[in-house]
Design a protein around this ligand. Structure first.
Ligand code: DUC
Ligand code: ZN
Ligand code: ZN
Length: 467
């Protein structure tokens, strides 16, 4: 049974041409010109549309329970939202949470079974014993989990010390893995938080003042130095600050294999959002926080110079309102204390269109670079390429038909995530996902949902951090 997608403008990280694609089963079988239409089970006309590889988002937190709070999207709702946003593969963070990594992963698999798109897992390691260092090897080699997130922030909860980071980096190096780092100086931030609360500063805006960009820069350069000594590849997650990017750039210029991502909210929003009246600004409480405008120009430059290589969402959705999901899912937990606001924000459904509109259409990045940042490089860095991240013969037929000319307005009321707000509410943008194929099967057709829970598959990944 073959599917033909005709006359589309195929854009990959390196190419841009008009052609037809024949999908046989789950993979791309042929790319050519003037392919006869007869004999295919389905024929789609992509004239006037961009034909893009399905997006790869390597930073999500679906159905993440960390005791006091839980993210609002299940794997079912989160991956449906992702598909409507043109993402067909995501790598989600499974939290060790006091258990063995294997027990945590098993639990994650149970929840991830409802995914509608393809999914893979990173492990967040918070308790790293000698046994866990041994477990990392089998996670990489047998479970297809080659990436591990460590925290330099949240002392007493998630933070691990420098010695532990160094040991884990060496295990990653020797086994084809990579450490993904949350780089902020947690202990110093803790002092600032305690001082702010003691002074009666409880509003959401103090989330930003207590997490200075300088302390993101400090931790980023410390993480890089540790990776350099360990001779291990390193990936800095959710980079928001010019001080942090300066450290990454300096190291990359010396040939150190440091990689970094940023997220759409750091590219398009600033800390002015924290001046919104009342508790509304809690919608923008994510970590790191939104920054001063001057950081944005640096981030765009980093995207152009390849010092930033990935744009991911850090989709970590908590509802603004208490109902209907309940207080555990809501930002309202922190109505009297900014330090109790669950940290995180949604983004899965808007990553591609917002970066297309504000990046490609504003001439900040090229169309090829857009594909590279949202699909190809994340697939390469995280052990998914060439199955994912490009349009090529033999690759999975994860294909997005994208209308570069359609103008629409982002509204949470119309999106598919369970979260009740959007960071970009009311923003008018041009460029829209029209159809999405997951391994050859249509899952999105305009506003129609054709996918189903359990339609995704677990992807066992190969080596990470080896570009
Ligand atoms: N880091 C993340 O990656 N996501 C949510 C909160 C955080 O600190
Ligand atoms: Zn983080
Ligand atoms: Zn995150």
């Amino acid at each position: 049974m073959t599917v033909l997608i005709r006359n589309g403008r195929i854009v990959t990280a390196s190419d841009d041409y008009t052609a037809d694609i024949v999908v046989d089963g789950e993979r791309i079988h042929t790319i050519g010109r003037d392919v006869p239409t007869a004999g295919h089970a389905e024929v789609y006309d992509a004239s006037g549309l961009l034909v893009l590889p399905g997006g790869v988002d390597v930073h999500t937190h679906l159905d993440w329970d960390f005791g006091v709070a839980r993210t609002a999207d299940t794997f079912g709702t989160g991956t449906m939202a992702a598909a409507f946003g043109g993402t067909t593969t995501l790598v989600d963070f499974c939290n060790q949470d006091g258990r063995t990594p294997q027990a945590a992963l098993e639990d994650w698999h149970g929840r991830a079974a409802s995914a509608c798109i393809d999914v893979a897992a990173h492990l967040i390691l918070t308790k790293i014993s000698e046994q866990v260092l041994i477990d990392m090897k089998s996670l990489i080699r047998h479970d297809g989990v080659p990436t591990f997130k460590l925290f330099m922030a949240y002392p007493g909860v998630l933070m691990v010390d420098d010695a532990t980071i160094f040991k884990a980096m060496r295990v990653a190096r020797d086994n084809g893995g990579m450490i993904c780092m949350h780089a902020e100086n947690g202990p110093v931030i803790q002092v600032l938080i305690e001082e702010a609360l003691a002074a009666g500063h409880t509003a959401p805006k103090y989330h930003e003042t207590t997490r200075p960009s300088l302390m993101e820069g400090e931790a980023t350069s410390r993480a890089i130095k540790l990776a350099e000594l360990a001779e291990a590849p390193l990936y800095i997650v959710h980079l928001s600050a010019s001080e942090a990017l300066a450290a990454v750039t300096e190291a990359r210029d010396r040939g150190v294999p440091v990689h970094a991502e940023t997220c759409p909210h750091y590219l398009f929003l600033t800390k002015e959002e924290y001046e919104r009246p009342g508790f509304d600004s809690a919608k923008f409480v994510m970590t790191p926080p939104l920054r001063d405008r001057h950081h944005q120009a640096t981030l765009w430059r980093g995207l152009r110079t390849n010092d930033l290589q990935v744009v991911s969402t850090d989709h970590c959705p908590f509802c603004f309102n208490e109902q209907p999901l309940g207080m555990k899912y809501s930002k309202r937990q922190g109505v009297d204390n900014f330090n109790r606001i669950p940290n995180g924000a949604p983004g899965l459904e808007t990553r591609l269109p917002i970066l297309y509109d504000g990046g490609v259409r504003q001439d900040r990045i090229s169309l090829n670079r857009f594909v590279e940042l949202t699909a190809t490089t994340p697939a390469k860095l995280f052990g998914l390429f060439p199955r994912k991240g490009t349009i090529a013969v033999g690759s999975d037929a994860d294909i997005v038909l994208f209308d570069p000319g359609e103008t629409w307005t982002i509204r949470a009321a119309e999106h598919h995530s369970r979260v009740d707000y959007s960071l970009f509410e009311g923003r008018k943008i041009t460029g829209r996902v029209k159809k999405v194929f997951l391994r050859g099967k249509p899952v999105v057709d305009g506003d129609k949902w054709l996918g189903h829970e359990g339609g995704g598959t677990y992807i066992r990944r190969g080596q990470a951090g080896r570009l």
